[in-house]
Design a protein around this ligand. Sequence first.
Ligand SMILES: Cc1cc2nc3c(=O)[nH]c(=O)nc-3n(C[C@H](O)[C@H](O)[C@H](O)COP(=O)(O)OP(=O)(O)OC[C@H]3O[C@@H](n4cnc5c(N)ncnc54)[C@H](O)[C@@H]3O)c2cc1C
Length: 408
Amino acid sequence: MKNPDVIIIGGGLAGLTLTALMAEKNVNVLCIDREKPQETLLDDFDGRTTAISYGSQKVLQEAGIWSSLEKDCCPIESIRILDGGSPVLLEFESREVGGKTFGWIAENRLIRNALYKKITSQRQAGLIAPAVVSGFSVDEKNAHVFLDDGTTYNAPLVIGADGRFSFTREWMKIGTRQWSYKQRAVICTVIHENAHNNIAVEHFRPEGPFAILPMCDDKEGKHRSSVVWTEHGTKRHSALHYTQDVFDAALEARFPSCYGAVHQIEKRFSYPLSLVHAHQYIAPRMALVAEAAHGIHPIAGQGLNMGFRDLATITELISAACKNGQDPGSEEVLKQYQQHRRFDNMAMAGATDSLNKLFSNDLMPVKLARKAGLRIVSRLPFAKKLFMNQAMGAAGLLPSMIKDRDAA
Ligand SMILES: Cc1cc2nc3c(=O)[nH]c(=O)nc-3n(C[C@H](O)[C@H](O)[C@H](O)COP(=O)(O)OP(=O)(O)OC[C@H]3O[C@@H](n4cnc5c(N)ncnc54)[C@H](O)[C@@H]3O)c2cc1C
């Protein structure tokens, strides 16, 4: 592509989605990623699943991939919250709120493959990978992107979608607020004897949340779920290294008995957990989106959903500017983007941080207050509804998901 309107640095789920979305809105867009697509498209590149909200579903629809993805996404009909050794403390049923599902669980590898297929068929999208971005310069009309092989690309706007350790952000000299949770998430897929009945479980344990997310049955009809097992302590003692028998036994001890026998399949993955939030999202002719701007704890399954809201906002602003013959990299456009997104992201980062502090805690007074609070909520229909709308983060579905769902 000779004259892109926008260059996107990073082709993770956010960068690829932004590329497909902008191309669908008639913006000429070039995405550059350092990984080899033949590796990122492999089944074992990313074992995670994503809880897709209604807002994110709309973004995937507008990016042109939802129709091919939907059949492989598992609807969430019910959410159960457990605290420590107690039985179910809170249960939310979709039929209590009009019967619409709470969202869907989608496999990251399927989203990535669908996006790649889409982008390679779009006339207004280009993807260069593998290629490492090693520098930038900015002048009055353009931002210039330098690759480490000596190639240069120019566009009126460069968007950094290059993840938590964003090189683009660093080059823009934008500082961050950040800390480590001293926790890791061990991720895997399991098969279990009995059907999950589209139930998502979030079990708050002192070491961190243990989530069971319903997936579609496999081709042989085996029942599958995705596990997010938060742990702390040394890497050497991580569940990542348990033998298969020990790991399966530990899973069964953590799974409610209604699942029957549980067996982990494929590979286990591990992700260190941290919070990072950029002080600014913009600089002359440059902007940051998704994890390049904000990375949060996965306790609420909201990281990518937040990122998708950035993508929807920036696409709307840029496509309108291009359509009206305006400069897509102008200060005015970028300021509007930052104004729309930074506060929302800051609130979500704060909410997930507090949630993790409140629930990954075994101090007796905190434990008792938490239990009493949850019991009151479960017994009062009014409080429960309020909680469903305000505090779904505990189950991986934050208020925006509910709002999105109600609006859909
Ligand atoms: C355990 C876990 C569970 C999660 N569950 C959920 C969930 O249920 N729902 C949800 O919404 N979110 C969830 N998230 C968050 C979500 O996975 C992330 O927000 C998302 O994957 C981040 O995507 P990204 O594209 O912003 O960044 P990345 O995936 O990090 O992509 C960045 C890309 O930039 C490229 N890159 C970097 N530097 C350069 C360079 N110099 N030149 C070229 N390319 C470069 C990299 O190769 C990479 O492809 C979860 C996260 C974790 C850890």
